[in-house]
Design a protein around this ligand. Structure first.
Ligand code: SOE
Length: 378
């Protein structure tokens, strides 16, 4: 017997569309799931716009006050897709209302806020997850399998970048609906919380906890006009950040992120070097996993480029036929599918708020290290 899961979505920007798409498609491709997301209500402050979004995407209703949405008895799970400074208040209210909560990354503005959010969902005993979607790109999930099977042996290096170029122009404003990621009051940080948080989440998942960090951060454009006040204000976010770290397993990490790498739109890469094998992955070619196995016969040894389209590969039995690819949006569909399957079996969906708090702690340590120009222990 299928069971409806009535979704209330708060926020309807880029992430609102991505998550909505996932709710709409998940049961078609994962027909075995008992739970069936229903687009019950979407919330945004601008009534005309949120109503239009609801009509276009198929939400049954809309709200302009998030508290009203949280209070509604016909909502089972709330999806938080608003700027980072609103995550905490909303998530705590949702937990207190006894509803499930799915929160956009990063979890919070800082560890203290994140800890309050963890307490709230744990006290209420409600299902929770944070949308670190890249874990569920099949190639990245396959990397996890290879690491867990011990194929790489002892790991020496973890290297990861997330490069973009969309804020180079000095007339890009800060604040407002489209550019809140540049406003530290709304975002908390710049590339560290927005982009490196993805790299850190995947790294901890694949390679374990981080022990200490040494970072450098830079704000290249020091002043920008605020989209709402129209005043020129100083910029409080990190435009670029690079850090090195030690993992608990003894390996060394190197991470870099910027929004000033001309030519790169969303180049998320990772590479892991182990004693026996290495793997690397690149978001621009997301259905490929590069794999080098030193155990191969020396006359054929080399980097294999594994095309992730076979049914045996993670999640791929749900999609097309061998040789045909899937995309970015599928990682979100996979996360919803796992969330719904876990609801049925009573398991948590990783990353939970508590797991995402570890990523938050690394982000905080990176920012502290960057401003103090010193190593910071976790
Ligand atoms: C920013 O440009 C952004 O959209 C991030 O907010 C996402 O989390 C990342 O996946 C892609 O880039």
């Amino acid at each position: 017997m299928s069971q409806p899961l009535r979704i209330g979505m708060i926020g309807y920007g880029f992430m609102g569309r991505v998550h909505t798409n996932a709710y709409k498609r998940v049961n078609d491709f994962f027909p075995e799931l008992k739970y069936r997301p229903i687009l019950q209500a979407v919330c945004g402050r601008d009534e005309t716009k949120v109503k239009a979004f609801a009509e276009q995407w198929g939400y049954a209703s809309h709200e302009t006050d998030w508290q009203q949405l949280v209070a509604r008895e016909d909502i089972d799970a709330v999806d938080i897709c608003v700027p980072n400074n609103l995550h905490k208040e909303i998530a705590i209210a949702v937990a207190k209302a006894g509803k499930m909560v799915l929160c956009e990354k990063p979890l919070a503005m800082d560890v203290a806020g994140g800890e309050e959010m963890c307490q709230a969902v744990e006290d209420a005993g409600v299902a929770n997850t944070v949308w670190y979607n890249y874990r569920r790109i099949p190639a990245v999930s396959l990397a996890k399998q290879l690491v867990d099977e011990g194929k790489l042996g002892r790991i020496y290096h973890y290297r990861s970048n997330f490069l973009q170029d969309w804020t180079i122009a000095t007339d890009v404003p800060q604040g407002g609906a489209a550019t809140w990621r540049l406003d530290s009051a709304a975002a908390g940080s710049g590339v560290t919380g927005d982009l490196l948080a993805h790299c850190i989440d995947t790294a901890i998942w694949l390679n374990g906890s981080i022990k200490d960090v040494s970072a450098m951060t830079e704000t290249f454009v020091k002043e920008r006009m605020h989209a709402e006040t129209k005043k020129v204000e100083s910029v409080g976010i990190d435009d670029a950040c690079a850090f090195m770290c030690h993992f608990e397993n003894g390996s060394l990490g190197l991470f870099e992120s910027t929004r000033y790498a001309r030519g790169h739109k969303a180049l998320y890469t990772l590479e892991i070097n182990g004693a026996n094998a290495s793997i690397r992955w690149d978001l621009h070619d997301l259905n490929r996993l590069e794999y080098f196995d030193h155990a191969d016969d020396s006359n054929v040894r080399g980097w294999r480029s594994i095309h992730i389209t076979e049914g045996e590969m993670p999640y791929m039995d749900k999609w097309w036929v061998p040789g045909l690819s899937i995309g970015y949006e599928h990682s979100f569909i996979h996360q919803v599918a796992d969330f719904l399957a876990n609801l049925e079996s009573g398991q948590p969906t990783s990353p939970t708020f508590r797991e995402a708090l570890e990523t938050q702690a690394v982000c905080d340590a990176v920012l502290k290290s960057g401003s103090e120009r010193a190593w910071v222990n976790l």
